[in-house]
Design a protein around this ligand. Sequence first.
Ligand SMILES: Nc1ncnc2c1ncn2[C@@H]1O[C@H](COP(=O)(O)OP(=O)(O)OP(=O)(O)O)[C@@H](O)[C@H]1O
Length: 375
Amino acid sequence: MYLESLHLKDFRNYSTLDVDFDQGVNILLGENAQGKTNLLEAIYVLALTRSHRTANDRDLISWQADEALVAGRVRKTNTITPLELTFSKKGKKAKVNHLEQARLSRYVGQLNVILFAPEDLELVKGSPSVRRHFIDQEFGQMSPKYLYNAGQYRTILRQRNNYLRQLQRKQAKDLVFLGVLSDQLAAFGAELVVARLTFLKQLEKWAQGVHEVISQAREQLTFDYINQIKAAPGASVESLYQAYQTAFERQQQKEIEQGTTLIGPHRDDLHFLVNGKNVQTFGSQGQQRTTALSVKLAEIDLMKAITGEYPVLLLDDVLSELDDARQTHLLRSIQDRVQTFLTTTSLSGITRKLINPPTVFNVSDGRLQQDSTEA
Ligand SMILES: Nc1ncnc2c1ncn2[C@@H]1O[C@H](COP(=O)(O)OP(=O)(O)OP(=O)(O)O)[C@@H](O)[C@H]1O
């Protein structure tokens, strides 16, 4: 799939923008603070209905306006789909094919994006929450069912934590109600873990292939999904549901004492092993970067395998963080397959790593101008 065009109205520092994009590599070139990341953010928002930079949709609306519009046309093999999002004080509205969607899970998935920013190099080094966020984010795009289950899980987890806090403070004492919440959490938790294990198995396979090439076959990458109930690939939803139920019963007293849910996929982690050793603890900086890059590139193939379409790749200032060999690998592996948007303050070194000339847009003060001479 690719994003054919984008229309913005009062989005961040863009008062209006109408632009057609190339199917290949689109470079957003400009000085700092001109609107390069804002444009990538707009594409990300168009895909996922929310930003990767702010949890507050109000931040997306231009300071001079009360409402922002992000719209675009997505082209797949046989279809063109217009998408439209409006943000205002009243909330957001999402339209697919000009029809408003009551549920965002019906909207997400029309445009698939993979964002790769310098923070993604934290995927390996960062805390478990970074990896859980990554899992939920990426698998949610690939599967509406996953997105729905993850949303339900979060809602019930919040309710259960509130109730555990009330039990802790002795403002409540109904353990039957706690049991109802535990039952619901176990059911959605089991669904999430089975889906995560299935997706991760496939992602691991793709990531291994990429890692092998980048490391010139010196290293083997494997994944280890860490969870309290020791669920292994192939486990059934029913067996995990039972395992969570039993764990909740065992830990009930401790959870009430601490006033929070101690068991569930919200506490899981993903370890990346290089030649059998956890790369977070034992890997060099270079191995950690190669691992993060392999995982991100593997997502492209996984999305293609699951949805039948290549996603759109958003590279936010990431090339400057990679050495020459990894830059070349990244650019060569996406070329001709994946529509890419890449922000940079300088073209030096980028264009010669690309086989086909990119389309370059100069970004200045919330305006875009296509530059045919730069490429
Ligand atoms: N809601 C908003 N309304 C108007 N302008 C905004 C809004 N949010 C951010 N900006 C402006 O957008 C600009 C930042 O743009 P952006 O983050 O896209 O920079 P950039 O071109 O990616 O720069 P860098 O290379 O430093 O990352 C700043 O000038 C900021 O003041």
